[in-house]
Design a protein around this ligand. Sequence first.
Ligand code: CP
Ligand code: NVA
Length: 309
Amino acid sequence: MGRHFLRDDDLTPSEQREVLELALELRRDRYKVQPFVGPKAVAILFDKHSTRTRVSFSTGVAELGGYPLVIDAQNSHMGRGESVADTARVLERQVSAIVWRTYGQDRIDEMAAHSSVPVVNALTDQFHPCQILADLAAIADERGGVGALAGLDLAYVGDGANNMAHSYLLGGATAGMHVRIGTPDSYLPDPAVVARAEEIAESTGGSVTVTSDCDAAVTGADIVATDTWVSMGDEAQKAERMEVFLPYQVNDRTLELAAPGAHVLHCLPAYRGHEITASVIDGDQSLVWLEAEYRLHAQKALLSWLVDR
Ligand code: CP
Ligand code: NVA
């Protein structure tokens, strides 16, 4: 059976380091590895919108010598009720990996349970693990290498219950970081994910803090991250979210509280004037464009690692 990447903790700390090292190498030498020898299609399925994930997986698979098949699930039979298990049974006979952006984590777990080829989570309601690999790679590149990640203070502020918050908890703890989540009490992360992150942090020397005090979360942080206040699927709650998250905006004052030279991350798309100000996302401390570029390198590293096994 192939290995899957469904959540950030599907990679052990040493496996995560291996993938990140390769991601940094691939940025410098883009065609260093080509694991797809011969006709190796990769199915890239979308149940939700995407710009970066769609482009970076398509480009990445092609650069690895594979053939990207991008499918909007709505236009496939999954969109009219064919089961996830049957879809997996058909795809695994024809492709060498399945990449899927979908709703509940249970759906991608089910796909993986019925697939002998690697299944990769391209975002679910609960996790966005490919994004965190890109984030970690961008930080590592900027701060002197993968070895520099452990011990950094990473503060994520905003919606503490969304996919990015959960993935920062697991992925950051795996990298040995001190992960701080600043979020209102009504948007706390899933307690099971916090408990798992604490367990990982114990073995990596990292730590986990969840607080509703945004200033406490960002004070002295080496990395400040945020995400949209209205994730895909949350549109009906837009008005209340705009109000409750306002004190968690990343702005010039946030950077005054953070460590000198702190870097800023945002997975994009960004809504300037809401979760982040233009002065910060377009400022000198922003790493967001390198972060977006690293979607390509990190996913190529991941796919090559999974497919070569
Ligand atoms: N950050 C990210 O996953 O972007 P897309 O939704 O555009 O793929
Ligand atoms: N939390 C956001 C991430 C988008 C890449 C969402 O799920 O919409």
